[in-house]
Design a protein around this ligand. Structure first.
Ligand code: SF4
Length: 557
C-alpha cells in the first residue's frame, strides 16, 4: 500500500515541486485551487524570493495539514477526481514518485513528510523540481485554453470574451498600474465575492471591467513606494436610489458621499501613514450597487516597467537574466528537474535562454528536462538543446487524431505534428508521450488517437478537463456518454489478448471510461447550453464546423 493510500490527503508535490506562473505567482502543483499567499496577498517572484515562497508559512501549513491527514479545501479537485474514477494529479504523482527513477533514495511520501516535520515543515534544500510557465506566446487557439496561456487567444476578442485571462501581472504602463477589478498578480480581492469576482468564472462576461459591488468589497494590493495616488473609475448601476459610497484606504476614510449618475472618477492621494506600508487595502462600502470600471495606482514618472523588490530591473521574471542565473536556478541544492511550459516553449526566446543557461553552467548534464509542446514546431537548434540534458520528457499536447485535433487546437497542422513526433523520437535521451486533454469535444474520438500512438510506439496519458466546466465530459448528455464509454470498452475488449487493459495507458483509459459512466447524475443543462453557444460562436468566427468533425456528438445535442 502506498503512502497516499494510507493517508488520503498526502501529496508529494508540496514537498518537492514549485510551479511559477507567467505572472510570477506560485503554487505547489497545477491543480491547487489557489496560489500561495502571505498575509492575504498572493506571493510572487517579483516581491518574494524563491526561498521565501518555498518555505512560506502558507506552503508549510499545507505540508503540515497533509501530514496530519487533514482534507484540504484547496485540494478538493483531487479528492473529487478520486471519488469519480480513483485517480487524480495527487495519486498520479505519488505513485510516480514512489516508483520513479527521480526518487533515487526510494523514500516514500511518508518518509518525505516525516523528514519535513523535523524542520517544522521547512524544506531547506529547496524545490527539487521547478515548473516554469514562462509566458503565453503561442501559435494556437485551443478551445479549452485562455489568454493567459495563449497570446493568440489573448488577441481573439470572441474567444477571450468566454475565457478571460484570470491573472495578469501588475505593471506600470505609463503613470498607471492597474490593480483591479479583474485579477492581478499579488492583489487579493474580498468582500462581495459573488458580485466582485465570481462572475468571471460562472458566466460569459462582456468586459473584464464590469465588477458590481452590492454592499462591500476590497482589494489588498502591493504598494510600490513610487505610487502617490489611487485612481478609481466607477459608475452607479442606476436601478435604485443613488448609492452612498464610502471608500477607505487601509483604515482611513478618504471619500464618502453620493455617487452621481454616469461615470465618476476618484483621484485619492495616498496618506503618508499608508505609504510606509508594503501593501494597501482599498475598500468600498455602498448601500446601492455600483460598478467598478478600474482601480489603478498612479505615480509621477512614466517609465514603463513591472515592479517588485525581488526583481529590481523592472523586467518580467522570465526576461531577467540575473534573476534566472542567480536565483531561479540556484534556489535549490537539489534541483533535479525543470519543466518548461508556455504558451508554446519552442516559440519563446526566454525558454531557449533558460535551457542555454542550464547547458552553459553544466547543470543540464545531470538534470532532467520536461517540455510540454503542441508539436507544431521542432527545429534543429531546439533539438540540440534538448539533447544536452541527462534526460528529457516530451509531452505532446495532442487532443485527437487529425481533424479533431485541428478542430480543438485551432491553427495546428497535423503533418507538422507527425514530423515533430518523428524528430523527438530520434533523440536518444527522450521519453516522448502524448498528453490528451479529455473533454466533451474528443470523447467520441479517443481510440483513433490511442491507435495512432500505438502505431508510433509512444505512450499516451489522459488529463480530464475540469475547467472550463462547459467543455468537461460531465456536460455531455447521458446517451452521448454511454456511446463514448462503449467505444472505449469495445477497444479494451478487442485488445484484451495483448493485455492492454493492464498497461499504464490501459488503466488510464479505463479511468476515463469510468468517469464517463460515473458522471450520469452530474450533467447540467446550464453548462450544455453554454457549450452549444460557445461552440457555435467560435465556429462562426473561425469558419469551422462542429457537426462536420463531431457528427456523433452533434446528433445528441
Ligand atoms: S493533492 Fe492535488 S491539489 Fe493538492 S497539492 Fe497535491 S496535486 Fe495539488
Amino acid at each position: 500500500m502506498t503512502s497516499s493510500e494510507r493517508n488520503t490527503s498526502a501529496c508529494i508535490l508540496p514537498f518537492i515541486e514549485l510551479n511559477i506562473g507567467t505572472g510570477g505567482t506560485a503554487s505547489p502543483c497545477c491543480a491547487l485551487s489557489r496560489l500561495i499567499t502571505s498575509d492575504h496577498r498572493m506571493m510572487s517572484v517579483y516581491n518574494d524570493t524563491i526561498e521565501s515562497i518555498w518555505n512560506s508559512s502558507d506552503l508549510r501549513s499545507i505540508r503540515e495539514r497533509m501530514h496530519a491527514s487533514e482534507k484540504l479545501l484547496e485540494c478538493q479537485i483531487c479528492y473529487d477526481q478520486e471519488a469519480g474514477n480513483g485517480a487524480s494529479v495527487r495519486t498520479y504523482h505519488n505513485t510516480a514518485w514512489e516508483h520513479g527513477y527521480l526518487n533515487s533514495s526510494k523514500a516514500t511520501v511518508d518518509d518525505v513528510m516525516c523528514r519535513a516535520q523535523e524542520t517544522d515543515y521547512h524544506v531547506p534544500t529547496g524545490p527539487e523540481r521547478l515548473v516554469l510557465k514562462v509566458n503565453n506566446v503561442c501559435n494556437l487557439r485551443c478551445r479549452m485554453c485562455d489568454g493567459n496561456s495563449s497570446s493568440s487567444i489573448a488577441q481573439d476578442a470572441v474567444h477571450s470574451s468566454w475565457m478571460p485571462s484570470h491573472v495578469q501581472p501588475t505593471r506600470w504602463i505609463g503613470q498607471l498600474m492597474k490593480i483591479g477589478p479583474s485579477f492581478f498578480t499579488g492583489v487579493t480581492q474580498g468582500g462581495d465575492l459573488d458580485d466582485w469576482a465570481q462572475s468571471f468564472h460562472d458566466e460569459k462576461i462582456l468586459s473584464l471591467d464590469d465588477a458590481v459591488v452590492r454592499r462591500s468589497a476590497f482589494l489588498h494590493s502591493p504598494l510600490p513606494p513610487e505610487a502617490s495616488l489611487v485612481r478609481i473609475d466607477l459608475h452607479s448601476v442606476g436601478v435604485n436610489d443613488k448609492p452612498f459610497l464610502t471608500i477607505h484606504l487601509d483604515e482611513i476614510v478618504v471619500s464618502e458621499g453620493i455617487v452621481e449618475e454616469g461615470k465618476n472618477q476618484f483621484s485619492i492621494t495616498i496618506p503618508e501613514e499608508c505609504k510606509l506600508r508594503e501593501n494597501i487595502t482599498i475598500s468600498f462600502d455602498t448601500d446601492n450597487p455600483i460598478t467598478i470600471d478600474q482601480v489603478c495606482l498612479e505615480r509621477a514618472s512614466s517609465k514603463n516597467q513591472f515592479t517588485g523588490k525581488n526583481i529590481p530591473s523592472g523586467l518580467a521574471w522570465y526576461k531577467d537574466r540575473s534573476f534566472i542565473k542567480n536565483q531561479l536556478f540556484n534556489s535549490s541544492t537539489n534541483l533535479t528537474k525543470v519543466n518548461v511550459m508556455g504558451g508554446e516553449p519552442t516559440l519563446i526566446k526566454d525558454v531557449r535562454f533558460m535551457l542555454g543557461e542550464l547547458i552553459a553552467t553544466g547543470k543540464a548534464r545531470s538534470m532532467n528536462l520536461g517540455v510540454t509542446t503542441n508539436a507544431t514546431k521542432c527545429d534543429d537548434e531546439w533539438l540540440e538543446s534538448l539533447g544536452s540534458f541527462k534526460a528529457v520528457m516530451v509531452a505532446l499536447s495532442v487532443d485527437g487524431y487529425r481533424d479533431i485535433n485541428s478542430y480543438i487546437r485551432f491553427g495546428a497542422n497535423w503533418n507538422a505534428i507527425e514530423a515533430s513526433i518523428d524528430r523527438y523520437k530520434g533523440l536518444s535521451n527522450a521519453y516522448v508521450y502524448c498528453h490528451m486533454t479529455v473533454q466533451a469535444y474528443n470523447m467520441m474520438h479517443v481510440i483513433p488517437l490511442v491507435e495512432f500512438c500505438q502505431a508510433k510506439g509512444i505512450d499516451i496519458q489522459f488529463y480530464q478537463l475540469d475547467d472550463p466546466r462547459m467543455l468537461s465530459i460531465l456536460t455531455m448528455p447521458r446517451p452521448a456518454r454511454e456511446l463514448a464509454s462503449a467505444k472505449i470498452s469495445s477497444y479494451l475488449f478487442r485488445n484484451s489478448a495483448v493485455n492492454y487493459a493492464t498497461s499504464p495507458a490501459g488503466k488510464q483509459l479505463m479511468a476515463v471510461r469510468d468517469a464517463l459512466d460515473s458522471a450520469y447524475e452530474r450533467s447540467d443543462s446550464k453548462h450544455l447550453e453554454r457549450f452549444k453557444a460557445f461552440t457555435m460562436e467560435l465556429d462562426a468566427d473561425r469558419g469551422q464546423s462542429f457537426s462536420g468533425v463531431n457528427a456523433e456528438l452533434a446528433s445528441y445535442l
